[in-house]
Design a binder for this molecule. Sequence first.
Ligand SMILES: *Cc1c(COP(=O)(O)O)cnc(C)c1O
Length: 368
Amino acid sequence: MENLPLFEYYPPLLKHLPHILLAQFPTPMEHMDSLANRYDTAIYIKRDDLSAMAYGGNKVRKLEFLLGRALSGGAKAVMTFGAAGSNHALATAIYARQTGLQSISMLLPQPNAYSVRKNLLMGFSTGAELHHYENQLQLNLGVIYQMQRHLLRDGRLPHVIPPGGSSPIGTLGFVNAAFELKRQVGEGVFPEPDCLYAASGTMGTVIGLLLGLAASGLRTRVVAVRVTPPPYTTAGRAHALYAMTNKLLHDADPRFPVIPFPENQFELRDDFFPPGYGVFTETIVDAIQCAKAAGITIEGTYTGKAFAALLADAESGALRGKTALFWNTYNSRDFTKEIAHVDYRALPGEFHRYFEEDVQTLDPSDRI
Ligand SMILES: *Cc1c(COP(=O)(O)O)cnc(C)c1O
């Protein structure tokens, strides 16, 4: 039943790394015809936007391992963290409910956007607890309070999932994703990409891919496009997360090699981050429009920045004659029906501002 490529290469991992199936793998790989001619570059897209039926995107790969671990430890609730419109908090809420776990989202302010409104309504409709804090200090106090509350109620503490799901356990989902890519390339339908572009938020995606590529023997270079400030994306965190995830795998199956951080296979790109997390710029909006013309929906906080970096490199001629892969980490499953009848006034009062205040002027996504 378990057909994860990672488990096929390293069967002993199956015994040591609890995992549940939430997604439909492999996700499709497609050629972006309309762009290839314009830039003399073979541009492919990895459709992780279609990774699962209820809600796609990159978080479900991590949650297969994170919720697997929570359930195997007998957890009743999971607590996680993010910005108000966090896709990770929403994905956790959706898949926690599906697996019978209560979900607690501890959220911080972010620039307003239509996607923030949608995610809040959807998260609320799953029955997740949503808590909003003005800053990290208040959130830390909130964690202590909510931990106590759930301990009294459930007789045990909630299982904690870090921001973005980027613990070594969550990162395993993207080590597996690289083995999945290896298999798709091995079937001969796709060439080995020279480089892949992905957004770097909490780094689990890009570091899992990097480790998996190195372990599976693919030479594809990872271009990690910064979308968050330190401490979420830093070179130091990249190395630490890489080493911890590698150790986790090696300890679970000594046949999984210990591989030094492949410096020349990894590039951290900062140029599309300013002016900051969740803020859209003209360049980002252009990239979103370009993707839209090719039939792909992306957004401004993560994928628009990663795709803008790919387009800029194609435009500059740096990718001429090469094969580039865009890893689409954004959910494309439509959930407007599920939220159509949710009234924002039913949410805790701290969230009403996202519905009562304007969204940022450049927000191109669907109105709500
Ligand atoms: C969370 C997220 C990312 C970033 O992934 P990390 O593993 O946190 O770096 C990228 N794109 C989208 C759409 C996301 O929701």
